[in-house]
Write a protein that binds this ligand. Structure first.
Ligand SMILES: *[C@@H]1O[C@H](CO)[C@@H](O)[C@H](O)[C@H]1NC(C)=O
Ligand SMILES: *[C@@H]1O[C@H](CO)[C@@H](O)[C@H](O)[C@H]1NC(C)=O
Ligand SMILES: *[C@@H]1O[C@H](CO)[C@@H](O)[C@H](O)[C@H]1NC(C)=O
Ligand SMILES: *[C@@H]1O[C@H](CO)[C@@H](O)[C@H](O)[C@H]1NC(C)=O
Ligand SMILES: *[C@@H]1O[C@H](CO)[C@@H](O)[C@H](O)[C@H]1NC(C)=O
Ligand SMILES: *[C@@H]1O[C@H](CO)[C@@H](O)[C@H](O)[C@H]1NC(C)=O
Ligand SMILES: *[C@@H]1O[C@H](CO)[C@@H](O)[C@H](O)[C@H]1NC(C)=O
Length: 511
């Protein structure tokens, strides 16, 4: 048994403005399937004045990535600092399949609770079990309508007000359900729930929301969305839902100000995974893993409104919060009964970036680990991305890439499918066949091929970088105790006579 005493260190630097005791609170705002549809990231059509205002007060991350492009696994990774295979949430948590984290994992909410920080969650939780992710204040889909706690911004505002009425240091995590699709679950409100609460007959009313309507022909489509009328209508609906998210963020920041906590609170805005379009969510292409991220700190004024090109991972959020609250960074790794050397955090605190851009970013790297989304969607992948190159290892490469239920029924995907079946031009940047059928290894030079269309893994000139990234993935898998470490061409033996000398034993199946 090991006993650890957690200390919150409070420093006063006399004569300086930096008083670390101001580091009291954190507000973490998460969008659901949100992307770069905002002025901050140079989208000129989608109007997001509140997000843009927050970004102006923040360091804006240009190269932030989730380690897994799926809702529950991403949220679990965000809250534990451990990738999917390390924390145990391999796929979606809700419904009958309820993927859960391992029971001895210590999430940030658990660590903060132990450190007497008041923790709250409003909106979408989508992770479990309860004792791994405990919150003092909890209004989530587990005992509310997700539409109320995740999309009704007036309701979210009032819950936020209730939580912020406190003088204790806090961690508040707000999980919007906007701008997630809802055509699959609540089609009566439109494909993105863009009509929920808009005041039309039967839609109800959200007093604080002024919906913005967009014309499908005046949108800027990202390169990975087909240029068709069906897809354009889909994106127009998504933008309207983003206006609700944006105005909700404005209301929350306003609550923070009126509660008197604004000047003691670190504010982080990000999203769980790529947008719900083909090549987006569930993919390791940048279109599936690049996330908006900005961090606003009341004590780091050096870089407000600046952009960082440093590679960051959502796995860095837990180390950032531990750094912010002054909790020893390695405590997160410790399990209740004994120290397990594999339960380490591989992320880094992002607070130094708020002061200064690193001089040398050439060695930076982020990793990814995906296993499932829905229960049938077993498609394990591992990924490493440097500033210039991306390597994806598709472990199940003989199987067609799987499609999830809500993407399948979406107008964009149905249109691609219809056009493919009837031999029409899909007006897409790849064919459905290419999308389904992926080789074991995909290597892209992002400098010349940001759309990740030209797999260079077989080129002679790529072998050095291929080997380097493949090795880095392997090292990371070892560090994070990845059960898939030998897949798919070998079997991992680590018990019995291999207990002290785990090995990958060849299957002779690499045809
Ligand atoms: C939901 O559960 C939390 C924690 O158990 C409780 O405090 C809260 O009052 C519940 N909310 C509703 C609407 O039932
Ligand atoms: C804050 O809480 C106190 C007592 O707990 C209550 O009297 C007060 O009305 C609350 N304020 C707000 C703004 O909710
Ligand atoms: C949103 O929440 C507010 C406050 O609780 C409520 O008055 C309103 O009816 C809700 N709107 C919808 C569409 O449910
Ligand atoms: C935060 O502090 C600044 C500078 O001290 C002050 O101008 C501002 O009004 C404060 N903001 C809030 C919301 O308290
Ligand atoms: C943890 O703290 C140690 C010493 O303070 C530092 O060297 C190390 O980089 C930190 N690790 C992370 C993940 O922040
Ligand atoms: C796809 O084809 C089906 C059957 O022909 C049709 O009902 C549906 O409206 C089409 N969907 C789209 C998005 O074109
Ligand atoms: C690629 O490398 C292989 C093995 O080293 C060599 O035999 C082949 O000639 C090379 N091809 C080119 C085009 O350089």
């Amino acid at each position: 048994m090991y006993n650890y005493i957690f200390l919150i260190l409070i420093y006063f630097e006399i004569g300086e403005t930096k008083i670390l005791s101001d580091k009291l609170n954190v507000l973490l705002i998460l969008a659901d399937d949100g992307g770069f549809e905002m002025g901050t990231y140079r989208n000129k059509i989608c109007q997001t004045p509140n997000l843009d205002q927050l970004a102006k007060n923040s360091l804006i991350f240009n190269k932030a990535f989730t380690s897994v492009s799926s809702c529950s696994p991403s949220r679990a990774a965000l809250l534990t600092g451990m990738p999917s295979h390390q924390n145990g949430i391999y796929g979606l948590h809700q419904g009958v399949h309820h993927f859960d984290s391992f029971k001895n994992i210590r999430s940030i909410s658990k660590i903060l609770k132990e450190n007497k920080i008041r923790t709250g969650i409003i909106g979408k939780k989508h992770v479990g079990p309860e004792n791994v992710y405990p919150f003092d204040f909890s209004e989530t889909e587990e005992n509310n309508s997700i539409l109320q706690v995740g999309r009704n911004i007036t309701h979210i505002k009032l819950l936020t007000r209730q939580f912020l009425n406190t003088s204790e240091p806090f961690f508040l995590y707000i999980g919007f359900h906007d701008p997630h699709r809802c055509g699959h679950t609540n089609p009566e409100y439109g494909e993105f729930c863009q009509r929920f609460g808009n005041g039309e007959p039967g839609m109800g009313f959200i007093p604080d929301w002024q919906p913005i309507i967009y014309q499908p022909d005046e949108l800027e489509l990202p390169y990975f969305i087909p240029n068709t009328w069906e897809a354009r209508k889909d994106v127009a609906a998504q933008y309207t839902t983003i206006s609700r998210l944006d105005q909700g963020v404005g209301l929350i920041i306003n609550e923070l100000k009126t509660s008197g906590h604004y000047n003691n609170t670190l504010i982080i805005y990000t999203s769980d995974n790529g947008i719900p379009f083909p090549s987006g969510r569930t993919n390791f292409y940048d279109s599936g893993i690049a996330e908006p991220l900005f961090i606003s700190s009341p004590i780091h004024k050096e870089r407000k409104g600046q952009v960082t090109n440093s590679l960051s991972s959502l796995l860095d959020i837990v180390p950032t919060l531990l750094d912010w609250y002054g909790i020893k960074n390695d405590t997160a790794a410790i399990t209740y009964n004994e120290v397990e050397e594999t339960d380490i955090l591989t992320g880094k605190s992002l607070l130094p970036l708020l002061e200064k851009e690193p001089a040398d970013k050439s060695k930076e790297i982020v990793f990814g680990s995906h296993n499932l989304h829905e229960i049938t969607m077993y498609y394990p992948m591992r990924m490493a991305r440097s500033q210039r190159y991306k390597l994806i290892h598709n472990l199940n490469y003989y199987a067609p890439f799987p499609i999830d239920q809500d993407l399948y029924v979406s107008p964009t995907f149905q249109d691609i499918l219809n056009r493919t079946k009837t031999n029409q031009n899909p007006f897409w940047y790849k064919s459905l066949r290419e999308y389904y059928k992926r080789p074991e290894w995909e290597l892209y030079d992002l400098k010349y091929d940001p759309e990740e269309l030209n797999n260079i893994v077989k080129k002679n000139s790529s072998q050095a970088i291929f080997n380097e990234l493949r090795n880095k993935i392997y090292q990371w898998q070892r560090q994070t105790n990845d059960p898939w470490i030998c897949s798919p061409h070998a079997v991992f033996e680590n018990v019995g006579k291999f207990k002290h000398d785990p090995q990958c034993l060849d299957l002779d199946n690499a045809w």
